[in-house]
Design a protein around this ligand. Structure first.
Ligand code: ZN
Length: 403
């Protein structure tokens, strides 16, 4: 293959070629580059054109083959994109060796996966191809989760640790899905394969003086349009109790039904039980169970009453009292269920685990914002089943032969 490549010198297209600057670059001989391909290492000789004005040059063949600025073939780049989204860079390097017998060191896996992730993130911001809603009822969930950062990324930021410093930055996640299927008890369940994800370390706060919605509000809006959420007969926004979620829902999706994910609400009450009765559980568990049942049955007043009893002595109980009080309209579970709505999907919670935590919150990992955002974009793209489409577009843009 190497011989065939190097025998073909059609990339020499005369003594000069136009440079991007508008001037002419002159042919300066053939130069070799070693490329990792899926078939092994190839040393390719390519025509080089140098532009004196730019003090730089280019290789027409690298452009045609998608090898610009990379020593990995497109097929290997794509494999690295796959493994880099799934596992750590060190594990990814080992997988490349084991499965494809292609040596790519961990640093190169990192650089390549992050560069690809940045391309995907840019593509996500630029392209929205609206689709009709996949079902009459569409669900959109939002959540946030902290990702551990390098100290240099956190300088001057206030955080939750005892000394007031920050250890993490919050990734905000938006997920869209349908739940037309029913389980044995007739309750709605998430339709397999219907979930899409979009996430980044972005602000969700917009002030009255801001002309544009916050970065994350724009992200949620793009994802909603992409999935036809905005066109659905019935739109449901699910989230935990975080105020930013409901502010954003009010602004971006007015008229959508707002539901506090029952999973979150129950977890909140279980945490209160632990705070009141200790983590052992013998006394706390029945207390929590009773509150959970009351939530299921729509007895919010009973929940509030039980929390009031402990509000003075326990901070957790007081906070939870505020939380239930604030979100009462979003916790009308029997009513929502009667309308056939999904209230306790766990999809949003699972989304944070699947899309973010399993890859980015592992022992010893410390990220930069740009590195984390790139890998998050790469991962969301793949989990949402959009990697193929992206790759097709990327190959088409690079030119024929770049696959
Ligand atoms: Zn030039």
């Amino acid at each position: 293959m190497e011989q065939r490549f190097n025998a073909d010198q059609s990339d020499h297209r005369g003594p000069t070629l136009s440079c991007g600057c508008g001037l002419q670059a002159r042919y300066a001989g053939r130069r070799a580059k070693t490329v990792q391909s899926a078939l092994g290492e190839l040393t390719l000789e390519r025509a080089y054109y140098h532009c004196d004005a730019c003090e730089a040059g280019f290789y027409p063949r690298d452009r045609a083959l998608g090898l610009q600025g990379s020593s990995l073939s497109p097929a290997v780049t794509r494999m690295v994109g796959r493994v880099g989204a799934m596992v750590s860079f060190v594990e990814g390097s080992a997988l490349m060796q084991e499965l494809a017998a292609v040596p790519v060191d961990p640093k190169q896996v990192e650089r390549t996966a992050e560069a690809l992730g940045r391309e995907i993130a840019e593509d996500e911001r630029r392209r929205v191809e609206p689709e009709p809603p996949a079902a009459p009822t569409m669900y959109l969930g939002m959540d946030g989760t902290g990702v551990p950062m390098r100290a240099s990324e956190l300088a001057g930021r206030a955080g939750k640790s005892p000394d007031g410093s920050a250890k993490t930055r919050e990734v905000k996640l938006c997920t869209v899905w349908t739940a037309e299927g029913r389980d044995d008890e007739g309750l709605p369940v998430r339709d397999p394969g219907s979930v899409s994800y979009s996430a980044a370390i972005e602000s969700a706060a917009s002030r009255d003086t801001d002309e544009a919605p916050s970065e994350f509000a724009q992200r949620a809006d793009r994802e909603a349009r992409r999935r036809g959420f905005d066109q659905a007969d019935r739109r449901v926004v699910l989230g935990d109790g975080a105020p930013w979620i409901w502010n954003l829902a009010d602004e971006q999706f007015p008229g959508a039904i707002q539901i506090v994910d029952l999973f979150h609400a129950k977890q909140h009450l279980s945490d209160v039980a632990k705070a009141i009765y200790g983590p052992g559980g013998d006394l706390g568990r029945p207390w929590a169970k009773q509150r959970h049942d009351e939530l299921d049955e729509g007895q919010q007043e009973a929940v509030l009453q039980a929390l009031r009893v402990h509000a003075e002595a326990h901070d957790e109980a007081r906070k939870c009292l505020d939380y239930v009080t604030r979100n009462q309209l979003r916790m009308r579970y029997p009513e929502f269920r009667a309308q056939g709505l999904c209230v306790s999907s766990g999809v949003v919670e699972a989304g944070c685990k699947v899309a973010i935590a399993t890859r980015l919150k592992r022992a010893g990992m410390r990220w930069t914002v740009s590195g984390a955002d790139a890998i998050i974009a790469l991962r969301c793209c793949q989990l949402s089943g959009r990697f193929e489409d992206f790759w097709e577009r990327r190959s088409a843009a690079a030119g024929p032969g770049a696959r």
